[in-house]
Design a protein around this ligand. Structure first.
Ligand code: 1GP
Length: 240
């Protein structure tokens, strides 16, 4: 099956025009299908440009239903943000095909990716190779627990940007700096700046961002796309 290709071009075009992107993350473990219409209405009223769907330990059980329900109510592109290969749905538009570059667990560097191939080959999902870098954020996060990997030290900024650049050299089309969902501290602007200066591909930043001010600071520092999960989950009027 031929895979879609439009979403990445749109991200590149937004980056070249300096148009900042915003993704709302939906963790299907925390959302019932019946709740989607209200959620989607709020998403439509927000400045979001993308919807990410996924979670660290979700088993994929009602993923298709959630995405079908979302697509009924909103025209925003839906990108999978999977914690494992069971979180693949042909109903989405694309997938962040993640490689956990900060960790040294082969499952999350290559094994899950190989397992995902036969599933992805049956879909048209746009596959966007994404270097995923977990940064220390003050407490253990679900990504750390589930992947059994350590985040990168937030003080070794040069090593973080070196890791991001390695992702780009490997062929990652996006780099995602992740503090972890509900993180105590978001990725610092110093880290975002250093990574931005070193890479050419678009930069995603997420984890622990709780205010509009923090979103703006991440953009100012160089994030092309900011991800908001918990703050919106806790307050559907977050963007009002
Ligand atoms: C998590 O980066 C995302 O993978 C979003 O994090 O839930 O803290 O917004 P929050």
């Amino acid at each position: 099956m031929k895979h879609n290709t439009m979403l990445y071009s749109q991200i590149l075009s937004a980056k070249s025009k300096g148009r900042k992107l915003l993704a709302i993350l939906i963790d299907p473990d925390k959302v019932a299908t019946e709740a989607v219409p209200v959620l989607a209405e709020k998403i439509n009223q927000s400045p979001a440009t993308h919807i990410l769907v996924g979670g660290s330990s979700f088993d994929g059980h009602h993923l298709d239903e959630i995405i079908i329900a979302l697509k009924k109510e909103t025209t925003l592109p839906v990108l999978l943000f999977p914690g494992n290969p069971s979180q693949i749905s042909a109903e989405a538009d694309g997938i962040l095909f993640l490689q956990l570059l900060s960790g040294r667990n082969p499952d999350y560097l290559v094994e899950h990716q190989i397992d995902a191939v036969p599933i992805l080959e049956k879909t048209k999902l746009e596959i966007i190779s994404t270097g995923y870098i977990l940064i220390e954020s003050g407490a253990e996060t679900a990504v750390e627990r589930v992947s059994k990997t350590k985040p990168l030290s937030k003080t070794n900024i040069d090593y973080i940007s070196q890791t991001a650049k390695a992702g780009e050299f490997i062929g990652n089309k996006l780099v995602y700096l992740e503090a972890g969902s509900g993180a105590k501290h978001a990725v610092s602007t110093a880290i975002i700046k250093a990574v931005k200066e070193r890479i050419l591909v678009p930069l995603i930043v997420g984890g622990g961002i709780r205010s509009k001010k923090q979103i703006d600071e991440a953009y100012q520092a160089g994030a092309d796309l900011v991800v908001i999960g918990t703050a919106f989950e806790n307050d559907l009027n977050f963007f009002d």
